[in-house]
Design a protein around this ligand. Structure first.
Ligand code: GLP
Length: 242
């Protein structure tokens, strides 16, 4: 695992954007795994800035897969992760809608949604670069503490802590859905390169546990220790516990 402490959030965004662009330059049909949440937003804004400035590689042939999705929101809800990623990144990079996919939370297919998503990932040839954030309790995607380390895409129930953490995107904690579809830890480990971004003091404890603590389902992000190609970009505050 390569851990890169950086002075600021902006430095994390620049280096993360460099990593994405380097891949797309060498592999125009790259498969990108995209995270939602607040942490990757400066990186996404940096990618969009470069695209608008005309210095970015072409994204026309790229395919994108999101990590997870809420279950129970009305289709097209602005806080669904599929809507969020379109609004925050892929629309502005000119990536066609049908080249961006997330787990399908529609009620009729829910029982097979995980399996279908795993099939889609496999058919795309797997994820080349997976952008990740980390939850304050060490979760990855929506794999909460206690998630099995080899898990595949499936339905999970959110903890109260994560619902509280994500309440800022909704009217309040009660409006945050209780259930989600999430790539499993095993799914995430199948990506060829993992790029974990961590910023802010609120992530210091979880990041230290993930990188330097024991491998345990109680800190799902500790599973990264098993992967041969992980880059961790952390600002000073998030790196404080390392
Ligand atoms: C959310 C998402 C994760 C994200 C994490 C951290 O619950 N499902 O993919 O990495 O929590 O979010 P943030 O970056 O907003 O702190």
């Amino acid at each position: 695992m390569e851990v890169v402490p950086l002075p600021s959030v902006e430095d994390v965004a620049v280096l993360a954007a460099d990593t994405v662009e380097a891949l797309v330059r060498t592999r125009p049909a790259a498969v990108l795994g995209l995270a939602t949440g607040s942490t990757p937003l400066p990186t996404y804004r940096e990618l969009i800035r470069r695209h608008r400035a005309g210095t970015a590689p072409a994204y026309d042939d790229v395919r994108c897969f999101t990590l997870d999705e809420y279950v129970g929101l009305p289709a097209g809800h602005p806080e669904s992760y599929r809507s969020t990623i379109a609004r925050e990144l892929t629309d502005d990079l000119g990536i066609a809608e049908d080249r961006v996919q997330g787990p399908d939370p529609s009620p009729e297919g829910l029982a097979t949604a995980g399996e279908r998503y795993e099939d889609a990932l496999r058919e795309a040839g797997g994820v080349d670069l997976q952008v990740l954030g980390i939850g304050s309790d060490g979760h990855l995607a929506f794999n909460e503490p206690g998630s099995s380390l080899g898990s595949s895409t499936r339905i999970k129930t959110l903890t109260e802590r994560t619902r509280r953490d994500n309440a800022r995107f909704f009217g309040g904690p009660e409006e945050v859905p209780r259930h989600v579809l999430t790539q499993g830890l095993g799914t995430i480990l199948r990506a060829r390169h993992l790029l974990l971004l961590a910023t802010g003091a609120g992530k210091a404890e979880a990041l230290a546990a993930a990188v330097e603590g024991p491998l345990t389902a109680q800190c799902p992000a500790s599973v990264l220790q098993l992967h041969p190609h992980v880059s961790v970009l952390a600002d000073e505050a998030a790196a404080a516990g390392l």
